[in-house]
Design a binder for this molecule. Structure first.
Ligand code: ATP
Ligand code: IP8
Length: 262
């Protein structure tokens, strides 16, 4: 089984109009997956992009509930708005698969995961396992979550990737981004890292100043790298440019252009 995350920066312009969706790019990614299906099993996770992050930030979902009834009442509305926005992104993904005759099936993240401060503490894996057995392509997404510590939170697609890797042990996990892989500095300034070992990740996190807050509500590149560090205990992790044709197929075949972490 191969686990793929399509980053929000790949399928949408995070700084563009609310809920913009890049159908040509997603359609091409689906075609690349189709070359390997059904010989290969896939689980897909997509991020928030121009969908969830906006509402999540506006309603400060990551801060959880406050205990103030009036404020929490508004926040619960925002919680549901955020989820509905992610459902629209997810529906757009599923449509792209179905239009190419691939049996993708939506799995609503907030109905199968419970978090504690944004990390998964409970998951109902049964439905995912059965969908895989039936050769469906489950499609999950970064979403809101019911959280045991603070009532509500956001569960990033990157956290889902790490949890599924631990539970399902995919043969590889692939992050599709809008840059060519992991750089040893800012993209454009740093050098692209082609091969990265797990032991090298803590120093890289330091170099990227990953003790500071990231760029969006779920922590940008720092959170992604921290999760990949956990995942590398179980599988090889690829970071490739999802906007460039052939890069996903290259990562699936194992000779791709990007960053390989193991
Ligand atoms: P989402 O969380 O919405 O799914 P995503 O998975 O596409 O988004 P981001 O959280 O936006 O990913 O992180 C990827 C971004 O991180 C890239 O667009 C890149 O510009 C930025 N970035 C910053 N530093 C680095 C680095 N050293 N290497 C690679 N990317 C970096
Ligand atoms: O983009 C965040 O998921 P991510 C999802 O994978 C929401 O970090 C709802 C903001």
């Amino acid at each position: 089984m191969i686990l793929i995350k399509i980053g929000g920066s790949v399928f949408s312009d995070k700084r563009g109009e609310p809920e913009n969706f890049d159908s040509p790019t997603v359609g091409r990614i689906v075609r690349e997956m189709a070359e390997f299906y059904p010989g290969e099993e896939f689980i897909l996770v997509h991020g928030g992009g121009s969908f969830g992050h906006r509402h999540a930030g506006q309603y400060a979902i990551r801060e959880g509930l406050s205990g103030n009834a009036e404020r929490d009442g508004r926040k619960k509305i925002g919680f549901s708005f955020t989820h509905q926005s992610m459902l629209r992104a997810n529906a757009a993904f599923i449509d792209m698969f179905l239009s190419q005759d691939l049996p993708a099936f939506s799995v609503s993240t907030s109905s199968v995961f419970v978090t504690e401060k944004g990390e998964v503490v409970y998951a109902d894996m049964e439905i995912l396992r059965r969908l895989l057995d039936l050769e469906f392509i489950p499609v999950l997404f970064g979403d809101v979550s019911v959280d045991v510590a603070q009532g509500i939170d956001i569960l990033s697609g990157d956290q889902i990737m790490a949890y599924l890797t631990k539970m399902l042990r995919p043969k590889k996990a692939i992050f599709l981004m809008d840059v060519d892989g992991i750089y040893d500095g800012e993209p454009g300034e740093g050098t692209l890292i082609h091969e990265l070992t797990r032991d090298e990740v803590p120093a890289l996190l330091e170099r990227l100043h990953c003790t500071a807050a990231g760029t969006d509500v779920t922590g940008g590149i720092c959170n992604k790298l921290k999760k990949a560090y956990e995942m590398a205990n179980y599988t090889e992790v690829w970071f490739v440019n999802g906007r460039v044709p052939g890069r996903l197929a290259g990562a699936i075949m194992g000779n791709g252009f990007g960053t390989r972490l193991r």
